[in-house]
Design a binder for this molecule. Structure first.
Ligand code: 13P
Ligand code: SF4
Length: 332
C-alpha cells in the first residue's frame, strides 16, 4: 500500500512540465553520472526505458543486481514490489520508482492479514512466496522464489516437507506438476498472464505451423499445456536467441519482444493473443512508467521508497535465503 506522504510527493512532481527541447536520453545519462545512479529495468518496460537502462533483467537478475550495486541511487523501472525488494536489500540507498502507482495485480491478490490467517491454519507448512508480493507477505514467508528458480528451490527441500506456495496459483500448479509435490496454493494470479486465449493461440499455431509457442509459467495450465517451451522472461529470451526456429508466438507481456528482436533481428516474434477485444497484452502497471516520469524521478529523487525497519528485516530473511540457495544451486 502507498502511504499518504508518498502520494502527495508523487502528485507534485508528476505535474512538473518538461522543456520539450530537452533530449531526455542525454539528460538521463547526465543525471546518472551526477547522482551516481543506476537504472534497473524489467523486460516489461517500454522500449525507450529498456534502452536507457544500465541493467535489464527478470526478477531474480534484478534482485541480484540490486544486492551488488555500488550506486548511491537505484532508479527502479519496474513495479512497486520490485523497487521494494531493492529497498529491502539496500536500506542506506535511495530507491526511486518513476510512478509509485505502478502496482501488481498478483501482489494485490494476496493481502498480508488474510495470508497470515491462512498460514496460521497450517502451522506445519513452510511458506515459499513468489517474489511478486508485498513486503508484508515476504515477512510472513520462509523462502522467496522467482520464476527462474521456483522449481529448483522446491526440489531442494525434503519430499516430505509440507509447503504453502503464494501468491501465484498458476506458477504453483506448474511447479507441483514438475516436481510431483502437492503444495498448498494461494488463490492469486496475474491479470496479464491469465488473459491469453487458448482457442486463439491454437488458431495462430495453425496459421504458423513453423512457429514455436513459448509461455511464462504465470499462464494458466491449459495454455501451458500447448507450449513448446515454458520459462521465466530471461529463460524465454535465451530460448528465442539459441533455438534454430525463426518464428515464436510469445505468451508473456509484450515488453519482452523488444529484447527478443534486438537479440535476434532476423527472427519473427508474434505476441500471443489475449481473450479480449483489443489486441494487446501489456501490463497496465508496468506501462505506467514512461521516459518522462523516469527523467523526473531521477531529477527530483521522488517518489522514493521508505520502509519500517522491523518489516524490512523480516522481509529480507527469505530473500537472502533465496539468493543463497540460488547461488548454491547454480541458478543463472
Ligand atoms: P520474471 O521476469 O521474473 O519472469 O517475472 C515476470 C513478471 O510477471 C514480473 O512482473
Ligand atoms: Fe504483476 Fe502480472 Fe504486471 Fe508482472 S505482469 S507486474 S505479475 S500484473
Amino acid at each position: 500500500m502507498l502511504d499518504a506522504s508518498a502520494q502527495i510527493e508523487q502528485k507534485g512532481y508528476l505535474e512538473e512540465e518538461i522543456d520539450p527541447s530537452l533530449d531526455l536520453f542525454e539528460e538521463i545519462e547526465k543525471l546518472k553520472k551526477i547522482k551516481n545512479a543506476i537504472i534497473l529495468a524489467h523486460y516489461y518496460q517500454e522500449p525507450d526505458i529498456q534502452d536507457v537502462a544500465d541493467y535489464i533483467g527478470d526478477s531474480l537478475g534484478l534482485a541480484r543486481k540490486a544486492q551488488e550495486t555500488q550506486a548511491d541511487m537505484i532508479v527502479f523501472a519496474g513495479v512497486h514490489f520490485m523497487a521494494e525488494t531493492a529497498k529491502i536489500l539496500n536500506p542506506g540507498k535511495k530507491v526511486v520508482l518513476p510512478d509509485l502507482k505502478a502496482g501488481c495485480s498478483l501482489s494485490d491478490s494476496c493481502p498480508p492479514p488474510l495470508f497470515k490467517h491462512f498460514k496460521e491454519q497450517h502451522p506445519d507448512h513452510l511458506v515459499i512466496s513468489y517474489i511478486n508480493c508485498s513486503a508484508g507477505i515476504k515477512a510472513l514467508s520462509d523462502i522467496i522464489c522467482t520464476s527462474s528458480n521456483a522449481q529448483k528451490i522446491v526440489e531442494s527441500l525434503p519430499k516430505e516437507q509440507k509447503i504453502i506456495f503464494a501468491p501465484d496459483k498458476n506458477l504453483g500448479a506448474y511447479v507441483n506438476k514438475q516436481t510431483g509435490r502437492e503444495m498448498l496454493l494461494w488463490n492469486g494470479a496475474c491479470m496479464v498472464h491469465e488473459i491469453f486465449s487458448y482457442e486463439k493461440i491454437i488458431r495462430l499455431k495453425e496459421r504458423h505451423p513453423e512457429a514455436l509457442f513459448i509461455a511464462h509459467p504465470e499462464c494458466e495450465d491449459h495454455v501451458l499445456a500447448i507450449a513448446d517451451f515454458i520459462g521465466s522472461t530471461t529463460q524465454l529470451l535465451k530460448f528465442t536467441k539459441d533455438h534454430s526456429a525463426q518464428t515464436f508466438i510469445v505468451g508473456t507481456e509484450t515488453g519482452i519482444l523488444h529484447q527478443m528482436a534486438k537479440n535476434a533481428p532476423e527472427k519473427t516474434f508474434i505476441p500471443a493473443p489475449p481473450d479480449n477485444h483489443c489486441a494487446c497484452n501489456d501490463c497496465p502497471h508496468m506501462k505506467l512508467n514512461t521516459l518522462e516520469k523516469l527523467y523526473l524521478c531521477m531529477k527530483n529523487e521522488v517518489p522514493a521508497l521508505t520502509m519500517d525497519e522491523d518489516l524490512r528485516l523480516a522481509a529480507k530473511k527469505p530473500i537472502d535465503r533465496m539468493l543463497e540457495l540460488s547461488a548454491q544451486l547454480g541458478i543463472q
